[in-house]
Design a protein around this ligand. Structure first.
Ligand code: FAD
Ligand code: 2HG
Ligand code: ZN
Length: 483
């Protein structure tokens, strides 16, 4: 579980003549080598890794992508696919070779409202995909804090989750068809809009969540849904995580058909957002040990008394002592304010300082046990750590961030990260959980793959990688542990 210091090692040079051939193929806008222009592609959101690459390629079509990949493959040059570069595990960090950015593959090819599907290129920004669907009166439900920057190809390659998984599924569940440039430059055209197709192996699922190790996704057919006509959002104060789980059960029971989001945070998460992020205000009178942000949304013209249903669930939960205080948004501005708190928790992780990050999932009923055991392990390493436990509790997905104490520098804290991560992941796996629920493996969790996935699973993954990318040129060194 490496947590490397950033390095500034020079990028290895490319074979003679390759850049000229790439410029001929992609045109002057398609190849970036200037150090200043390269810099943003070589840094990453948390400043944990420093990339190294001699060039960024910016193809503007599938054909250009295929040509560029073929040229690199012929020269034995490794490729790191990159979308919005918002990934949190170092998957888009280049360790030599070239970066292929999808940013010019940014056309919405078509939106078909009648069949509830749309075809988009991989470099479309997620927010633009959502907006194009909305314009056609449809919903593309994938939603996450980075949606203004991340690109749909990156979302599909990380099988992104976000705030609506409990209702609509992960990114994987939102894809009907895919187009992929394979590591040798061939194009797999699987851009089918079929809901049913049992004609052999489901190839698209190989590439979804593969973090760019098997090919470059260039386009996708996405599933669309009816747009919610009404939504109600509440922030609830809770005594503890156990109450959150019982409240989730009640919401599912009473309103599973309209439950749109169930996000939680402990007090430290909300406190850091309030104190470190602009525009975050908690509209409750007193601080609480735990919070839940809950959203109901109805799609029909008749909202089925959505607010009344929500109020009834909250009133029952208050009577049962699961909720101690709650605010139900009255206006769109208040709804946005409540969601700002949620986004603020993620944003606060940067100014708060270095943290040991965990993106785990456990069976929902085990969340309180996980929190208790993981906290004990973390405090054994450093009793003063600030623990931010938040995330998509309705999916059993906890972002468990152990933030350095205020009195300790990032540098002094860095060596404490590996033992903390090891202990937290051991707790997770002992509860039959996953050491990466959303963000993937990238560079960061390759060691965990070796430790926690079975030998059979690792063998199968290696066999797939060898079959699709025998020269190991597509995002080498990511996901699979070193042999
Ligand atoms: P990148 O970071 O560019 O790449 C991610 C991986 O995909 C890399 O391995 C890269 O090589 C590969 N890749 C990118 N494009 C392609 C392609 N076209 N073909 C093949 N491989 C490709 N994640 C969640 O799941 N849920 C969240 O709620 C969430 N919230 C976030 C909030 C913030 C503020 C931030 C900064 C990140 C968050 N993330 C979340 C993580 C991140 O946004 C997602 O992983 C996102 O899906 C990455 O998209 P991207 O375009 O930035 O991909
Ligand atoms: C979120 O849910 C993201 O906001 C980021 O997945 C979580 O690692 C984090 O802090
Ligand atoms: Zn998340």
């Amino acid at each position: 579980m490496p947590d490397p210091k950033p390095t500034t090692t020079e990028a290895p040079p490319l074979p003679d003549g390759l850049l000229d051939r790439l410029r001929e193929t992609l045109g002057p806008r398609g190849v970036v080598t200037d150090a200043e222009a390269l810099a943003p592609y070589l840094s990453e959101w948390r400043n944990r890794y420093q990339g190294r690459s001699a060039a960024v390629l910016r193809p503007a079509s599938t054909a250009e992508t295929a040509d560029a990949v073929r040229l690199c493959a012929e020269s034995g040059v490794a490729i790191t696919p990159q979308g919005g570069n918002t990934g949190l595990v170092g998957g888009a960090v280049a360790e030599g070779g070239v970066i292929v950015s999808t940013e010019r593959l940014n056309r919405i090819r078509s939106v078909d409202a009648d069949t509830f599907s749309m075809t988009v290129e991989a470099g479309c920004i997620l927010a633009d995909v959502q907006a194009a669907a909305a314009e056609a009166g449809r919903l593309f439900p994938l939603s996450l804090g980075a949606e203004g920057t991340c690109r749909i190809g990156g979302n599909l390659s990380t099988n992104a989750g976000g705030i609506h998984v409990l209702r609509y599924g992960n990114a994987r569940d939102l894809v009907l068809g895919l187009e992929v440039v394979l590591p040798d430059g061939r194009v797999w055209d699987g851009l089918r809009a079929l809901r049913k197709d049992n004609t052999g192996y489901a190839l698209k699922h190989l590439f979804l969540g593969a973090e760019g190790t098997l090919g470059i996704i260039t386009a996708a057919v996405l599933r669309l849904f009816p747009r919610p006509a009404a939504r109600e959002t509440a922030l609830c104060a809770l005594p503890d995580a156990a109450a959150a789980i019982r409240l989730f059960g009640r919401c599912m029971d009473a309103a599973g058909d309209v439950l749109n989001a169930f996000e939680c945070s402990n007090r430290t998460g909300v406190h850091l957002a309030e104190t470190l992020v602009e525009g975050v205000t908690v509209p409750l009178s007193t601080p609480s040990p735990f919070y839940a942000l809950i959203e109901f949304a109805a799609t029909g013209a008749d909202d089925g008394g959505l607010r009344a249903r929500f109020e009834a669930v909250l009133a029952d939960a208050m009577e049962a002592g699961l909720v101690t205080d709650a605010v139900l948004a009255e206006t769109e501005a208040q709804t946005a304010g409540l969601w700002r708190i949620r986004e603020g928790i993620t944003e606060a992780q940067i100014p708060a300082g270095l943290c040991a990050k965990h993106d785990v999932s456990v069976p929902i009923s085990q969340i309180p046990t996980f929190l208790e055991r993981a906290e004990a392990e973390v405090r054994a390493v450093d009793p003063d750590i600030r623990l931010v436990a938040y995330g998509h509790f309705g999916d059993g997905n906890i972002h468990f961030n152990a933030v350095r104490p205020e009195t300790v520098t990032d540098e002094a804290f860095r060596p404490r990260i590996p033992p903390i991560q090891r202990a937290v992941h051991d707790v997770t796996m002992a509860l039959n959980g996953s050491f990466s629920a959303e963000h993937g493996v990238g560079l960061m969790k390759r060691g965990d793959v070796a430790r926690y996935r079975s030998a059979v699973e690792v063998d199968l993954m290696r066999a797939v990688k060898r079959a699709v990318d025998p020269k190991n040129l597509m995002n080498p060194g990511k996901v699979l542990p070193p042999e």
